[in-house]
Design a protein around this ligand. Structure first.
Ligand code: ZN
Length: 322
């Protein structure tokens, strides 16, 4: 073999070697690249999942805190109210005979609400109280109708006020008989018993078959160990609609809010809503609600294409739970 042939053979071997290395390298790159990419992406997914879980946990915590505060506030109002029993002065109160089914309150009567871009519902929980008559007079002055979610108070004054609410054409709604969360939400049987108590209390004293309910603490309360959907389903079976709120005056807290704050809380969100159900309290411990009410009504009446209505069967409900 000549020198020239030997060096030609070496050169070919080197080329083949290089080609082999190149092929190996390509294969490696083709394998490593997708595996590496997968690892990076899996890592990213893991991090995002952790973030999502944290956010959801935080959101859940916030929701529970808000619900717990609302529920506590609601209980605070009643406790204070019980401490300051309304004065029983029958001489000052003139009550007409109760009117059954007045102003479309009969459950069977179909009511069609007037058209407006913004419908506002003033709702008063926990009454009757020593402020009920004053609230009724203010509503009369502005010729607006509201909704009172009442409790089962058996004293004569409260019954007369309940009748007065009905007589003046406001909607009478139920807010449980006892308002004792632990009892009301203990079981479906307890809830049912309390429901029939408040239903009968209103029917016997006013002749009205109430068709609307507000859960003590709202449907989003965290007091109940039983899923609130169970109680909501019970109400649906009785053909009762429940109404939460999407505007809160904030008058249920342990701190008595001043008039300006109540007016701002109760009215600022309305222009952004089609339906605004405003939570207020008719409670002996809430004097500023009564003081703020005229300004709240005036501000709403001054809003464009906005009406104040009592809750009827035609009202779009607000539900905190889906
Ligand atoms: Zn309440």
């Amino acid at each position: 073999m000549g020198e020239g042939q030997k060096s030609q053979g070496d050169a070919r071997r080197r080329r083949v070697q290089r080609l082999k290395k190149l092929i190996m390298l390509s294969v490696l790159v083709w394998m490593i690249f997708p595996v590496g990419l997968c690892m990076v992406l899996f890592g990213r997914i893991g991090a995002l999942n952790r973030q999502l879980a944290e956010t959801q946990g935080y959101q859940q915590q916030l929701l529970q805190q808000v619900a717990a505060v609302t529920a506590r506030q609601d209980q605070d109002v009643l406790r204070e109210q019980e401490q300051q029993s309304p004065p029983l002065d029958r001489k000052e109160i003139v009550v007409s005979a109760p009117v059954a089914g007045a102003d479309g309150q009969d459950g069977d009567m179909a009511v069609v609400e007037p058209e407006a871009a913004h419908k506002v519902y003033l709702t008063f929980d926990d009454g009757p109280s020593k402020y009920t008559e004053e609230i009724l007079d203010i509503l009369d002055k502005y010729d607006v109708k509201a909704t009172f979610f009442v409790l089962g108070k058996e004293n004569e004054y409260s019954i007369e006020m309940l009748q007065e609410i009905a007589r003046r054409g406001h909607t009478v709604g139920m807010h449980s008989y006892s308002h004792k969360y632990a009892d009301v939400y203990r079981s479906v049987e307890d809830f049912s018993a309390d429901f029939y108590q408040i239903y009968s209390y209103i029917l016997e004293n006013t002749g009205i078959q109430s068709t609307c309910y507000r859960f003590p603490g709202g449907s989003s309360n965290t007091i109940s160990d039983i899923d609130m959907h169970v109680f909501a389903d019970f109400l649906a079976e009785q053909e009762i609609e429940y109404y939460d709120w999407n505007v809160s005056s904030g008058d249920g807290g342990s701190v008595l809010l001043d008039v300006d704050t109540l007016v701002r809380n109760a009215t600022s969100g309305i222009p952004g809503n089609g339906t605004s159900i405003i939570l207020m309290h008719d409670a002996a411990s809430r004097p500023t609600t009564v003081e703020a009410l005229p300004q709240i009504i005036e501000n709403i009446l001054a809003m464009e294409d906005t009406v104040i209505l009592p809750i009827t069967n035609d009202t779009t409900p607000i539900h905190h739970i889906k």
